[in-house]
Design a protein around this ligand. Sequence first.
Ligand code: AVJ
Length: 324
Amino acid sequence: MTAISAARAHLAQGPVQDDVFLSDVLEGLSRPDKSLPCKYFYDAEGSALFDTICTLDEYYPTRTETALLHARAKEIAGLAGRGATLVELGSGSSVKVRILLDALDAPAMYVPVDISRDHLIAAAARLAGDYPAVTVVPVAADYVRGFALPRGVAPERTMAFFPGSTIGNFRPAEAMTFLNGLGRRLGYGARLLIGVDLRKDPAVLEAAYDDARGVTAAFNRNLLARINRELDGTFDLDRFAHVARYDTARGRIEMHLRSLDDQTVRIAGHPIRFVRGETIHTENSYKYSVPGFRRLAVRAGWHTERSWTDEDRLFSLHWMVRHG
Ligand code: AVJ
């Protein structure tokens, strides 16, 4: 069986169902404080906008984490050992993992897990072409709900990779639950390389989430455009403003879409009323200190063996091992 045919079986787990999207949207917009799950940002359009965000001057996380991975690749390869299986959560375009695959000693398997099925398949096929010695097994799944790993992978050879500070999208209690569940799924002795954005000057953070070219604003509004496209929605994108603000006490960037008028929007026929100034909360992006994140992780069953930061202390990478 080729790498890609092995992949097909896993893809049978299926992508996001439209009815789940619809019920999540209606549920989030029926609350007194309206919100939408940030995982729905990443349709084809949103994934492309996110890739552009990663190239913006203001958006420091991607280039800082990439530089850290390059700087620490040899050390990470030593920790990972020979013949590792890499499991990437939210693999997107599978760009950063190439730095690891280039440095690792004979990596055996790469399991990208992503909710965006088409994007996943395209990225996995490209990667499989570039790394013929690596068995690529893409898994189309919402990794928060759970996913099946290929059989017969020893935990002590497994290395999960969760870059980009995506862990910041969870509330701290949910982050703990998620990391604990991941450890259970991977088994004792499994390793985790995770990227975590750090607390810093609010002006730097707010610029990163409200860039001058308006790419992040377009990314945020695309959620409404996606509802229009897929759920027969009637959002007028010009009547919602992009908002990014840092909550210092909680250590999180919040993204919202603010209604510029009193208005009623229909989604699959259901009316949703907005008063002027009301917002839809679309994303939290939590920022941590290095010791703060290590404390959270240890309570979730992960012992931190190494933490690395850049010299400006913008971003951190952590090497963790699942303990008993
Ligand atoms: C993909 C979750 C890391 O929170 O920084 C980028 C998403 N949102 N700009 C982040 C995002 C707005 C991003 N993560």
